[in-house]
Design a protein around this ligand. Structure first.
Ligand code: ZN
Length: 354
C-alpha cells in the first residue's frame, strides 16, 4: 500500500495505491491546481505536472483511477481535475467511480428548492480542439460517462470500497446547509473554478473581504474521512472545519479519552491554524502529520497551527510535500527546539506499508 501526497502547488492531490484480490487499486483524492495537470513553460513548451504524470503511469500500467474523490469545489482541489478532463478525451474512461457532492445533490439532500447553483464548467484551451464544448460542466461529463451515482457523501457514513473502508467525518448536514444557503444568497457569485471573478467591482470585493474573509463555507462542505485499510487508520481531512471533524470522530466513538490510533493525518486546509484545534488533535493518536502546500496564495501552513501539534504530541514528525516550506516556516531559533521532526521530498511525500 502506498500513499503519495503529490506536489500540487497550493492544493491537494493524493493517490492511494494498493492491491485487492490481485488487482491494483488506485484512489485519487483531489487534483490540485490546474498546473498540477499541465502548465506552459518557455516558448509555449508544455510541462506535465504531477497529476498528468500519475495519470499517464496508471494508463501505462493498464490500471484505472478506481475511485476519484473530489472533496470540494475550490480551485486548489478541483483545478487539476478540470484541466485533465479538458485536455484528455480518455479521462472519464480511466475513472471507475466518482464521489462528489454537487450543488444539485446537496439541494436534493436538504430538500431545498432547486436554485441556480454554479457548476464546475470545463472550458477548452484555445489552442487545442478537445471536443468538449464551452459550457459543458464537470457534472454533465461524469453523469454521462456513468461514473457518478449522484449519491450524497455525509458525516457518519461507513463506505466500503475494494477491501477498504471510508468512515466519513465531514461534511455535516449543517455544513451542507450553510453552503446551500450561501449559494442561494450569492447565486451570481463566481464560484466555478475556471471562471474569472471580474464581474464584480473591487469595491465590492473589498467589502466582502471584511464580512466574509475566506471561502470557509466551501471548506465546511469538504469530504473528510478515516480510511481504514489492513486494520490501520489513515486520516484525510481535506479542508474541513475542526468542529465538524470533532463531531465526526465522536460519531465513530472516538474522543479525547479514546483517541483514534492513526498512521498519519493529512492536516486540514493545508495546515491553516483555523482548521486545527487542540481538542481535535487530542482525539487522534498519531505522531505523523502531512502538510500539503507550496505556501503560495494563502501562506499555509500557519506556524500557530503547527505549534498546537507540538503542544499536544511528543516529538511529532511533520512532513511537507514542498521542501522549501521548512526553511520558510522555521527560523534558526525554531530549529533549536528539538521537540519535533520535519522532512520533505521533491516528488511529494510517500507513505508505504508492506
Ligand atoms: Zn484547499
Amino acid at each position: 500500500m502506498r500513499i503519495n501526497f503529490l506536489p500540487a502547488y497550493n492544493g491537494d492531490a493524493i493517490c492511494i495505491n494498493y492491491v485487492h484480490q490481485n488487482v491494483a487499486v488506485n484512489i485519487l483524492i483531489d487534483g490540485g491546481t490546474k498546473q498540477t495537470y499541465q502548465t506552459k513553460g518557455k516558448k509555449n513548451t508544455i510541462i506535465s505536472g504531477s497529476l498528468k504524470l500519475l495519470v499517464e503511469a496508471i494508463r501505462e500500467r493498464k490500471e484505472k483511477v478506481d475511485l476519484l474523490i473530489l472533496t470540494h469545489i475550490d480551485d486548489d482541489h478541483v483545478g487539476g481535475i478540470l484541466k485533465w478532463f479538458e485536455i484528455d478525451q480518455g479521462a472519464t474512461g480511466l475513472i471507475g467511480k466518482v464521489w462528489f457532492n454537487s450543488g444539485k445533490i446537496i439541494a436534493g439532500y436538504l430538500k431545498e428548492p432547486e436554485i441556480k447553483i454554479p457548476e464546475l464548467s470545463l472550458v477548452p484551451q484555445d489552442t487545442t480542439d478537445t471536443g468538449i464544448n464551452q459550457g459543458v460542466t464537470f457534472e454533465k461529463v461524469i453523469r454521462e460517462a456513468k461514473i457518478w451515482d449522484e449519491g450524497i457523501i455525509t458525516q457518519g457514513q461507513c463506505l466500503n470500497f475494494k477491501g477498504s473502508t471510508f468512515k466519513i467525518l465531514s461534511p455535516s448536514k449543517d455544513g451542507l446547509k450553510a453552503l446551500h444557503d450561501k449559494w442561494f444568497r450569492e447565486a451570481s457569485d463566481s464560484m466555478t473554478s475556471v471562471a474569472t471573478d471580474y464581474d464584480q467591482s473591487l469595491a465590492y470585493y473589498l467589502t466582502a473581504l471584511v464580512s466574509d474573509p475566506d471561502g470557509s463555507i466551501h471548506n465546511g462542505s469538504s469530504i473528510a474521512f478515516i480510511w481504514v485499510y489492513d486494520e490501520k487508520n489513515y486520516i484525510f481531512l481535506a479542508d474541513a472545519h475542526a468542529e465538524t471533524l470533532i463531531n465526526g470522530f465522536k460519531i465513530f466513538e472516538y474522543d479525547q479519552e479514546h483517541p483514534i490510533p492513526a498512521e498519519v493525518v493529512k492536516l486540514s486546509h493545508h495546515g491553516s491554524n483555523r482548521n486545527i484545534s487542540l481538542e481535535l488533535l487530542e482525539m487522534i493518536d498519531t505522531d505523523q502529520f502531512v502538510v500539503t502546500t507550496n505556501g503560495n496564495k494563502h501562506g499555509h501552513p500557519d506556524k500557530k497551527g503547527l505549534a498546537k501539534i507540538l503542544k499536544s504530541k511528543t516529538n511529532p514528525l511533520i512532513r511537507f510535500n514542498y521542501p522549501n516550506r521548512i526553511d520558510d516556516i522555521f527560523t534558526a531559533e525554531d530549529r533549536k527546539f528539538i521537540g519535533f521532526r520535519t522532512d520533505s521530498a521533491l516528488d511529494g511525500i510517500v507513505i508505504e506499508e508492506e
